[in-house]
Every structure is written in structure tokens, then in C-alpha cells.
Design a protein around this ligand. Structure first.
Ligand SMILES: Cc1ncc(COP(=O)(O)O)c(C=O)c1O
Length: 439
């Protein structure tokens, strides 16, 4: 065995000190803390791939608009709970420009990030009909969303889509929906953690079944237009961001400022409720809140009002300006984040050359896109073994087990990779491959 770049004892002791029996169950924060500790103790830089934090400067257009709004005094005034009219209008126009769908400004509601959008949507969907008390995850997914349901005491079910792509999705999804307890279905597209993108035929299946079984689809577009296999950067011109909104009226889109515009710090996003759903009355909502119990009104005037009484005023100006510039065609936001795809391509090439494989490797017949995340496996190693073993080589990533995946492997994020780290990774993975020969 060749000596590992980081002393094994250092990692093993840190894992014990964190009280972790199984490193595969470590949260992102725990992996980050152990990597930081080992980095300080060893003086060797880690290749950090555990955190999904944007690693690029924020959109200059957003920053400028926000500073101007602050200088004009908006900080003193409560924002309109329905959202800044300019932002609502621009969100609706952005959806037309980049998804090619019509959604009224009324249904475009600002939130303090998509995290708040899903929390408010989970809550509203769960209260529509008391028989429908469960949220369905098309996994793998973003672990914090399950945490949100735990916080609110709401039930969820989940399945790993790995074996149910394409035609197989229909029966699998129907097996849950037919039970009558599902209020909403949630997934992200492109997907965190495995960067699969559901194809149009799969979205059509989800949409048709959602209509048939009266479930609401929560489509998390945190990585909007970041399927870099297609040029999704041209407003009002195809190809467009794939979306459930073409296949059902029962939908809520969650568009985040965090990744597409590198604006995570200001906690801004927009939740876009379809026109039909916005105005639909639900008996459960009417009973709980009185009045007509329409979805949109309860979402905004009851739930969001109770959670945060609106969204930071200046951040709404920022998002309005970024969405406007994007739809005007004067700001190519896709070009600004394409670097994540370039990094993924280089990193994947290094890992594959040293015997690793991509766990979620295809969207039907097509190789998955290069983007913000990718998944990694190594022959004969479980998720836990691989996550821990890579730490000895100064590479930190999270186990897929924490994301609702049944596959053995890791999620790697490209956002923190520096240009000097490809060579480092190549050297370290060459030692890894020597130490772990594959038959
Ligand atoms: C799939 C997914 N949804 C939502 C979020 C959070 O978005 P926001 O920062 O807008 O709350 C993330 C961030 O990592 C994500 O990966």
C-alpha cells in the first residue's frame, strides 16, 4: 500500500470525535467540519466537494439594483406580501421567455429562497384535503426538504427513480398515487444530487398522473437552465427549460436566485403557482381559514404571512432586475454559470480514468449533463466505505444514502473546485487506484 496523502489516523480520530459510527450517515456540515479539521492538522489542502454552495460572484445586475433600492429607502418599508409588482411581472415574463408557458404575474410570489417556497407549499398542499396527508418524493433529492416535513410533522413517501426511468415511471408513480393519500409530488430538475434531468416523456407521465389523481406537482427548478447539453440561454427561443407546466395545471414552480444568479446570500426566489391552482378552492383550506379557501390566497395571505410577512424588499428589486435583463436578452445568466459544467467534465474525466464510475450516468439513452453535481462509485465499495476512504486522499463528498438513493456512491459538487486542483486530484486518485486495484 502506498502512503495516503492524509494520515488515516487523523481522519479516523476526527470521525470518532464527531460521534459518527457510520461516516456514510454524516451530514454535509459534519463532512465539511471533519475535512476542515484534517486540513488544519495536516497542512494539506482538501478537494472539497461536499457543499452545494455557489462558488461564483453574485450577479452584478442584482447587486446594483439592490443597492439602488436600499439607497431609495425601501429598507424602512414592509414589502407587499403579494410581492413587488415589478418582480411579479418580470417572473411571469421570464417563465414565458425560458419555459414558453403562460403564468399570470398574480401567481408569481417572492419567497426567501426556494427553501421557504417548498416549506410554504408543503404546508398548503397538506392542508387542502385531510385524506391527503403525505408528500411523495421522486428521489434522490435535497435532504433538507425532508427535514422540513419532519419539522412540520407531515408524512412523506419516497422512491429512488434510478430503476424507474422512462416508461417504468408510470406504474411506479401510479402505485403511490392510487392510494389516494398523496397531496403533492416533489422533485428537482436538473436534480440535486445526481444531475439527472427528467425527459419530456417522463414529465408528461408525471403531469398526466397528477391530473388524474389530483395531486399537486412541486417542480424545484433550483438549477434553472443548467442542463448545459442544450443551449437554454436564448429568451423567447427554443429549446426551453423542460417543465411540468406543459403537462398539468396542478403545479407550483420553484425558481431560485441562489444558483442561476449566484444570489444565495440574499435568500430570494419566486414561487410560481399555476393560474388554475391559484384560484382553486379546497374544502380543507376553507374549513381551516374560513372564506373560499383558494390555494393562492392561503399560500400568500395565511402561510407566507405567518412565516415571514413577505420577502426582503431590496432582494426583490435585485431579482426583478436580473429576471428582466435575462428576458430582455441583455444578461446571459446561463453563460455565467456554465463554468460548473466545465469543471464537472474535467473532474469526471479524472475519476473515470482511475477506475471510478458515474452512478447515475444516463437520462434514458443520453449521458447525463455536466453541471453542478455528479455521482461517483468505485467497484466493490459501499457509499460509506468510499466516502471515508476518499477522506484519506483529501477528497470530501457526501454519501448518496443521505439523499434517498438506494445506490452505492457519493455526490460530488463542482462549485468549490479551483483550477489548481485538477492536477492534485489526478495525483491523489492515481495513488487511490494503486491502493485499490480492481480485478
Ligand atoms: C434542489 C434544491 N432546491 C432548493 C435549494 C435551495 O434553494 P434556495 O437557496 O433558493 O432556498 C437547493 C440548494 O442547494 C437545492 O439544491
Amino acid at each position: 500500500m502506498e502512503k495516503t496523502p492524509i494520515e488515516k489516523q487523523l481522519i479516523d480520530e476526527a470521525i470518532v470525535a464527531f460521534g459518527l459510527n457510520d461516516f456514510g450517515k454524516a451530514t454535509i456540515r459534519e463532512v465539511k467540519a471533519i475535512a476542515a479539521q484534517a486540513e488544519t492538522a495536516s497542512g494539506i489542502e482538501f478537494i472539497k466537494m461536499e457543499m452545494g454552495v455557489p462558488g461564483l460572484p453574485p450577479s452584478a445586475i442584482g447587486v446594483k439594483a439592490e443597492i439602488e433600492a436600499l439607497q431609495n429607502g425601501v429598507a424602512a418599508i414592509y414589502p407587499d406580501i403579494n410581492g413587488l409588482p415589478a418582480l411579479k411581472k418580470e417572473a411571469s415574463r421570464f417563465i414565458k421567455a425560458y419555459i414558453n408557458n403562460d403564468l399570470s404575474p398574480e401567481g408569481c410570489v417572492p419567497v426567501t429562497g426556494s427553501m421557504q417556497g417548498t416549506y410554504a407549499a408543503f404546508l398548503t398542499c397538506s392542508q387542502c384535503d385531510e385524506k391527503r396527508d403525505t408528500i411523495l418524493f421522486i428521489d434522490p433529492g435535497f435532504p433538507v426538504q425532508k427535514q422540513q416535513l419532519v419539522v412540520m410533522g407531515q408524512k412523506y413517501e419516497t422512491f429512488d427513480v434510478y430503476k424507474y426511468r422512462g416508461e417504468k415511471l408510470h406504474d411506479k408513480l401510479e402505485s403511490y398515487l392510487a392510494k389516494g393519500n398523496i397531496s403533492a409530488i416533489v422533485y428537482s430538475n436538473p436534480n440535486n444530487p445526481c444531475w439527472i434531468c427528467l425527459e419530456e416523456e417522463e414529465l408528461k407521465t408525471i403531469g398526466q398522473l397528477a391530473t388524474q389523481y389530483d395531486a399537486i406537482v412541486l417542480e424545484d427548478l433550483a438549477y434553472f437552465a443548467m442542463d448545459f447539453r442544450k443551449d437554454l440561454s436564448k429568451p423567447f427561443e427554443g429549446p426551453f427549460q423542460a417543465s411540468i407546466s406543459h403537462y398539468t395545471d396542478n403545479y407550483v414552480l420553484l425558481i431560485s436566485g441562489s444558483k442561476a444568479f449566484s444570489y444565495a446570500g440574499q435568500r430570494i426566489g419566486v414561487t410560481c403557482i399555476s393560474d388554475k391552482l391559484y384560484h382553486r378552492s379546497y374544502p380543507g383550506l376553507a374549513k381551516r381559514y374560513g372564506g373560499t379557501g383558494t390555494f393562492g390566497s392561503v399560500f400568500v395571505h395565511r402561510v407566507l404571512y405567518a412565516l415571514s410577512s413577505g420577502t426582503s424588499h431590496s432582494a426583490q428589486y435585485a431579482l426583478a432586475a436580473m429576471l428582466k435583463a435575462a428576458a430582455d436578452g441583455t444578461y446571459n445568466f446561463v453563460e455565467e454559470v456554465k463554468v460548473y459544467g466545465d469543471r464537472a467534465r474535467k473532474l469526471k474525466e479524472i475519476f473515470l480514468r482511475h477506475g471510478f464510475h458515474l452512478v447515475y450516468d444516463k437520462d434514458l439513452e443520453n449521458p447525463v449533463a455536466d453541471g453542478f453535481y455528479f455521482t461517483l462509485g468505485y467497484p466493490g465499495m459501499t457509499s460509506s466505505e468510499l466516502a471515508k476512504e476518499l477522506m484519506y486522499y483529501g477528497v470530501s463528498a457526501i454519501s448518496l444514502a443521505t439523499t434517498g438513493s438506494n445506490q452505492e456512491g457519493l455526490r460530488a459538487c463542482t462549485s468549490f473546485i479551483g483550477d489548481h486542483q485538477y492536477e492534485q486530484l489526478d495525483e491523489r486518485m492515481a495513488i487511490f487506484a494503486k491502493n485499490h486495484p480492481v480485478d
